[in-house]
Unconditional design. Structure first.
Length: 260
């Protein structure tokens, strides 16, 4: 992918305050706003119109969660702002919101429905956050030309959202067909076989790797925590059903680079 020119405006002069993000030659605008700053946004014209928003927070087990929604234009002229401030029963608590809209207010009901559905499915497939939507959003019915236009918007939005702190749409690991086999680590231990790879963020254990069904008394606390966290991704055969990201790089006996 060619380089992108991205500008971030710190609206409060504070890196943890409100941020407005734009990319050169893109009509989209992205806002990142802490929950405590929502009441200070009534004067932002773009937030009175239609768009898509992502609420970020944590659940009772301190897992990162996201809710993805849409908001249309309203007679009272508050659009996105009013919808964000309304109750969201699917998410217990959110701490900040990322808002995707345009500078010209060109999104209608069909466009925001398509965007909500696509972003929901992208986030769920990426698996970095627990997506708290109770239902799969309706994709709407767009023409082939409009779909192409919206997919281009999504590509830019993915870059902007990742750049301002949430890689919610980025896969944990590259697809199997795109991986460099020389960088894959392979482990065989007591009949269990596992594969993984170091990334810029940590270590990824690949789907299909074996997990020992039992733990020892000397098992490190972070391993126990990860087993509990990813329990739903371990099937009856004690194998991972999805790629799993570990924040701590494991030191495992027999771990070596796999060559073909």
């Amino acid at each position: 992918m060619s380089g992108k020119v991205l500008t971030m405006y710190l609206m409060d002069g504070d890196p943890i305050g409100r941020i407005k993000c734009k990319i050169a030659n893109w009509t989209g605008i992205v806002y990142k706003i802490p929950r405590i700053s929502i009441d200070n946004c009534d004067d932002i014209q773009e937030l009175t119109q239609s768009g898509v928003y992502l609420l970020f927070g944590t659940d009772k087990d301190e897992n990162t969660v996201v809710y993805i929604g849409q908001a249309g234009n309203r007679k009272n002229g508050r659009g996105l702002l009013q919808r964000i401030c309304e109750p969201h029963n699917s998410i217990d608590y959110w701490s900040e919101v990322i808002i995707l809209t345009t500078g010209d207010g060109s999104f209608g009901p069909t466009e925001i429905s398509y965007l909500e559905n696509r972003l929901f499915n992208m986030a769920r497939k990426a698996g970095r956050y627990d997506v708290k939507n109770s239902n799969d959003p309706n994709p709407g019915n767009v023409t082939e030309e409009k779909e192409c236009e919206l997919e281009e918007f999504i590509n830019y939005a993915r870059i902007a959202v990742g750049a301002i702190g949430h890689r919610v749409f980025e896969p944990i690991a590259l697809p199997a067909e795109s991986r460099n086999s020389e960088l894959i680590l392979h482990m065989e231990y007591k009949g269990a076989i596992a594969k993984g790879q170091c990334t810029s963020e940590g270590f990824v254990v690949f789907k299909g790797s074996s997990v020992n069904p039992e733990t020892t008394k000397k098992c490190p606390s972070h391993v126990t925590k990860n087993r509990k966290k990813y329990a739903d991704m371990i099937n009856e055969e004690n194998k991972l059903t999805a790629d799993v990201f570990l924040t701590v790089r494991p030191v495992l006996p027999g771990l070596s680079a796999e060559h073909h």
